[in-house]
Design a binder for this molecule. Sequence first.
Ligand code: GAP
Length: 445
Amino acid sequence: MDDLVSLCKRRGFIFQSGEIYGGLQGMYDYGPLGVELKNNLKSAWWSSMVYENDNIEGLDASILSNPTVLKYSGHEDTFSDPMVDCKSCNSRFRADQLDKNICPNCGSEDLTEPRPFNLMFKTNVGPISDGSSFAYLRPETAQQIFTNFKNVVDSSSKTLPFGIAQIGKAFRNEITPRNFIFRVREFEQMELEFFVRPGTDEDWHKEWVKKRLDWWEQQGVPKDNIELYDVPDDELAHYSKGTIDIMYKFPHGLEELEGIANRTDFDLGSHTKNQDELNICAKTKHNNDSNSKLAIKEPHMKDWVVPFVIEPSAGVDRAVLAILNEAYHEEQIEDSSRLVLKLKPHLSPIKAAVIPLKKNNPEMVELAKNIKKQLQSKGLGRVLLENTGNIGKSYRKHDEVGTPICITIDFESLEDGSVTVRDRDTMSQERIPKENIEQYFLTYF
Ligand code: GAP
């Protein structure tokens, strides 16, 4: 993990937030390359959900949440971790993460009894801060999907099965944030709520587990490094009838990368009006506040149905960590070593680097600029003009940040219009006419 963290800082992927003032625990900032990687990853997820499935629509809802939403979702009552305090050094820990009843900080056995600690952040809304008007920072993106259910159904004429996908920030006041970006207090989620006819939910659950494993493989996280964990009943979230966690071998151990839950009709059933008229299976709190019927009438059916929900929910930050971990390679070449990030090209922060051999040669630089412009216009992501005049250093840098191809312009290029292309993974170089560059570039994506 240390090598990865150091690469992330050195090359501008991820920084500790507010580092110049000592940092803020559980918060990280994505630098110039990190933001590109993260955007590419989110766009791969969005394409695989929204663009490839005509029965999935997107949503981008607010982060600040009306407390009533989180009352009926069950988060006010149940979204907590057991916390203990060390009476000697005042450190706080999650009781379920302690090996023995010993403080990992000072070794004292004098700990308080575990007590529930609600993980939601609160903030004031409006100019008065007397606590009468507050909102929660959402602890998951899912709830706004449920509260917008009718809006989306009415505006897009959906019939079952269909889904609503959302990517966005979520916030949890984790007792012990740790392991770099694995467990943080501000993070992003990519969540799909897939609404299905009751009775078909278990088949859809299996189907989504399969689909998600294939997707992770396409992002460079192979099935060999994944284990599925069928969450036992006593560990299930309050809304779940069954959850399969996709567990990945992170540098610090096997941990959850994504959860795929069968949320039954709990959420729609909790947020709907007229609960008594609907055949709701889950145990829900009686709702007097909702003004919307969160049910659907199927064509040719006379009854309203409260759909069941299958929810694949992945963390963007954990995804970035897993993808970087898989891509990170240290290779021995003859008497030296090289560090290379073998990212899938669609995820690479920089798609190609165009490098003039001499930085002060106007013709070379002009040709390089034209090639950069031409490749940039393909809309596949960032193409960089790397005008340092040091080919060896440029290759090393682009290996380390995962750029799939380097294109070098030299004296020969000015004479016969050919350029050298170098492949990141094989380091093989070939000479191609500049007219073929676009076609060559496109074969990577
Ligand atoms: N809507 C369901 C839900 O939020 P979850 O298992 O609590 O379920 C889903 O979270 C995913 O969000 C996790 O699999 C993980 O990838 C990510 N996640 C959860 N808590 C996180 C944290 N504190 N830091 C980073 N990622 C987190």
